[in-house]
Design a protein around this ligand. Structure first.
Ligand SMILES: NC(=O)c1ccc[n+]([C@@H]2O[C@H](COP(=O)([O-])OP(=O)(O)OC[C@H]3O[C@@H](n4cnc5c(N)ncnc54)[C@H](O)[C@@H]3O)[C@@H](O)[C@H]2O)c1
Length: 476
């Protein structure tokens, strides 16, 4: 296993990161420099947010954040001035104050140096860590889209910097707030599935059209995702399926991921698609991306559980994150009540867990164990939107925790260990599925860290949200 000490010995670049400039603000409450389990800062009454990256995903974040009581979007940053302007126009026409504009490749630096509390990062993957490091070095909390880091070196840098500066560094894993993911978590916490043995997650999403879409026509900026797929192997996008399972299994809070192995299929689907869509001699058909169509990673935890994580953005298949938890008393799987949700409990009358519960029983179980956050804010979240409401619940809960001085639901160790899968799965898949150790980013802290209770938000917050908006403004 790579320890932090061994890792630091070989990484001169971290010095450069530390020297990025600016004096980090000391932590408000909790001693820094050590383990951040349960880390919280003083309540921030009005959370001032700067959003970096206003492409396909960023604008929705601006709209969701602006609508949360006690949150102000005070800064907007992108490479393109028209994207910043469009969001400022949206803010103004919806009754919010205009935000400061930052435009250009390094404009995020001035934004991070300005007066705000949270830098919310929605850029291409390669810019996630540099912006987050700069934000924390300048006393700001960082919330980073998935995957927040692509390399082990970046994972360690984020952990080290969060610890040293006493800033939050959270991965924006919206899938942890999906209705069935939260239902599963609640059932696990109540012991309904018994002791967990195995979990499965995935990102199976046919992105062929989007990956090749011209950036000028609204595709990924400068084809960043296609370029990543062209150069890498393994699973670059593990966190959607993995992090909800990690939360249910108390990973980094009583257990931790020990080692993993990954095997990938060859890539055939991208080439086949490109040849038909763009012609045999097109640059798309000749690109031949490295990333295998289907990648399967298996992780073993120190306490003996297994997690299977898949990635396939190439095959014509229905969308799936699998989201399966299997324990000594039952099994749950699925991502949507009316989509693919299934449950089977050993104590059920008749066949027990030999057959999935019928629809009526499954609905009863889903109602009975619905997570408190979904109970109090599910309806408004679905109205606001963002992947069926989970994006909004994530933002709502993040801001609620900051406003109330609570630990966040996902800390920097969750970020680092889930993102470590990108590099480790690539190494394993390139090496006939050899096993690789997952670093202990908590440096032993997982043994004493208490499981996070993913609580809820106050009804007052939800009522204020409902009261301040008419329905059309909520539909972002
Ligand atoms: N959680 C989810 O469900 C979900 C869904 C979609 C995308 N994402 C993530 O969101 C991120 C953005 O994805 P996208 O689809 O919006 O990509 P995109 O290419 O559409 O948008 C990226 C934006 O970042 C801007 N940008 C690039 N470099 C920048 C810099 N140095 N400073 C400021 N802005 C910069 C680009 O100009 C562009 O507008 C990715 O990390 C992606 O994985 C998450």
């Amino acid at each position: 296993m790579t320890t932090r000490r061994e890792f630091l010995k070989g990484t001169a670049w971290l010095g450069a990161v530390a020297a990025l400039g600016g004096v980090a603000k000391a932590a408000d409450e909790v001693a820094v420099g050590g383990n951040m389990a349960g880390f919280a800062v003083k309540p921030i009454e009005t959370v001032r947010v700067g959003v970096a990256g206003l492409g396909m995903r960023g604008p929705g974040a601006v709209h969701r954040l602006a609508s949360i009581p006690g949150v102000k979007v005070v800064a907007l940053c992108d490479l393109f001035p028209e994207r910043v302007e469009r969001q400022n126009n949206w803010l103004k026409s919806n009754g919010y104050e205009e935000a400061a504009s930052y435009v250009g490749q390094e404009a995020y630096k001035a934004m991070c140096e300005s007066e705000l509390d949270l830098v919310y990062i929605v850029t291409p993957w390669k810019m996630h860590t540099p912006i987050a490091l700069y934000a924390m070095e300048h006393g700001k909390h960082a919330a980073i889209e998935v995957p927040s880091a692509m390399y082990l070196e970046e994972c360690w840098a984020l952990v080290e910097t969060a610890q040293r500066t006493g800033r939050h560094c959270m991965q924006l894993e919206n899938c942890c707030y999906g209705e069935i993911e939260m239902l599963a978590l609640n059932m696990v916490r109540k012991g309904i599935l018994g002791d967990l043995v195995h979990g499965e997650g995935a990102y199976i999403h046919d992105l062929r059209e989007l990956n090749y879409l011209d950036p000028a026509a609204g595709g990924y900026q400068n084809y960043w995702r296609l370029k990543w797929n062209a150069q890498h192997y393994g699973n670059p996008y593990a966190t959607h399926g993995l992090l909800p399972v990690m939360q249910s299994m108390n990973i980094n809070r009583g257990d931790r991921m020990d080692y993993l192995t990954c095997v990938s299929s060859d890539q055939v689907g991208m080439d086949a698609y490109a040849k038909v869509k763009f012609g045999e001699t097109s640059w798309q058909a000749r690109l031949n991306p490295k990333l295998g169509d289907m990648s399967t990673t298996v992780i073993k935890t120190v306490k003996g559980k297994t997690i299977m994580v898949q990635h396939d953005v190439t095959s014509p298949r229905p969308y799936s994150r699998i989201n399966l938890l299997s324990g000594t008393r039952g099994i749950i799987r699925g991502i949507g009540r009316d989509y693919d949700f299934q449950v089977a409990l050993a104590d059920a009358p008749g066949e027990g867990a030999h057959a999935w519960a019928d629809k009526e029983t499954a609905t009863k179980i889903a109602d009975e164990y619905q997570h408190p956050l979904w109970k109090v804010a599910g309806e408004i979240a679905q109205k606001v939107g963002g992947h069926g409401g989970m994006d909004f619940l994530m933002d709502l809960r993040l801001c609620y925790c900051l406003q109330n001085g609570l630990p966040l639901d996902m800390d920097v160790y969750d970020l680092a260990s889930s993102c470590a899968v990108a590099e480790l799965s690539e190494k394993s898949a390139c090496n006939r599925g050899a096993s690789y150790d997952v670093p202990d980013f908590t440096c032993g802290g997982w043994q004493t860290a208490k499981p996070l209770g993913i609580e809820s938000v106050s009804e007052d917050m939800v009522n204020r949200l409902i009261a301040q908006k008419d329905d059309s403004a909520l539909n972002v």
